[in-house]
Design a binder for this molecule. Structure first.
Ligand code: ATP
Ligand code: MG
Length: 259
């Protein structure tokens, strides 16, 4: 890690860069992931690098959809694994849902390295007492040739039969538009976290949390822990993803205030 002083105005942003760079060095994150991160950073700058009300609204609906799912699954790529492994495991624990590794660029051994990285964090959690309302640490599933997604040509179509393949709702942060579209066409609910409210993913997902995944994940876990299940259907009925994206765009267009 670089020695950025905590007083630096971009301390958090620079810390995240360090994490992504470390991910590349450990073989977890693809080098292409650096570019995706840069696109995210630009939007985070415009959003003000804090969680905004449109994200809180989406987080509330996301908790409702994930808690109402019969078989929720958390899809993990190299960027999220490097930035927020603890948050992913805590989410899996709160939902009693497995994590599944699914990546675009399968450089030698990267899938296995992500799995090991998650297991290392899971092992750490196993030794710490579970927070109230949290279940056992989640399983980590890997892609297989036994089950394939329709509408996708890349190797991301290879999934686990007991994971994404049979999921009714998939949590897919930092997703690629093609895959989001395929999951939706297969009739699955998609919850994503994407800083760009204009991405194809943001537009096609059932619920888009326009926020940095490192801020959104702990908030989503808290929301799930404290959610009143009786309100879930009402929450989902009232939720409009298009309206939330519109609010994000309005916020960005008003932002020109520098951060
Ligand atoms: P799409 O395929 O959905 O149109 P894209 O091709 O522009 O999107 P991808 O590289 O496929 O982008 O996916 C990366 C997405 O993840 C981008 O929209 C980027 O803004 C977002 N992103 C990157 N880092 C973060 C982060 N830390 N938190 C949330 N979103 C992020
Ligand atoms: Mg894309």
């Amino acid at each position: 890690m670089s020695d950025v002083p905590k007083t630096h105005p971009r301390y958090l942003s620079l810390t995240l860069r360090d994490k992504i760079v470390a991910g590349v060095e450990q073989g977890i994150t693809s080098i292409h992931g650096l570019i995706a991160h840069g696109r995210g950073e630009a939007f985070d700058y415009l959003i003000g690098e804090t969680t905004q009300p449109f994200a809180i609204e989406a987080i509330h609906a996301a908790a409702a959809m994930l808690l109402s799912a019969e078989h929720p699954v958390i899809s993990v790529n190299g960027n999220v694994a490097a930035l927020a492994p603890e948050g992913l495991i805590e989410l899996g624990r709160g939902l009693n849902a497995p994590l599944e590794v699914n990546i675009f660029h399968t450089e030698t051994g990267r899938e296995e390295k992500i799995r090991e990285h998650l297991l290392k964090h899971k092992a750490r959690l196993e030794t710490s007492p579970a927070k109230e309302g949290m279940g056992d640490p989640p399983d980590v599933l890997m892609p297989t040739t036994e089950a394939q997604l329709s509408y996708i040509d890349s190797n991301r179509k290879f999934v686990h039969p007991d994971g994404i393949f049979k999921a009714d709702v998939v949590f897919v942060p930092l997703e690629d538009g093609d895959r989001c579209e395929a999951l939706r066409k297969m009739g699955k609910g998609v919850v994503t976290v994407d800083l760009n409210p204009m991405s194809r993913t943001a537009k096609q997902a059932s619920i888009t949390i326009v926020d940095n995944v490192v801020r959104a994940l702990p908030l989503l876990c808290d929301e799930i822990r404290n959610f009143n299940d009786a309100t879930a259907q009402e929450t989902l009925k009232k939720y409009s993803n298009a309206a939330v994206l519109q609010k994000a765009l309005q916020h960005i267009s008003r932002s020109g205030n520098g951060n």
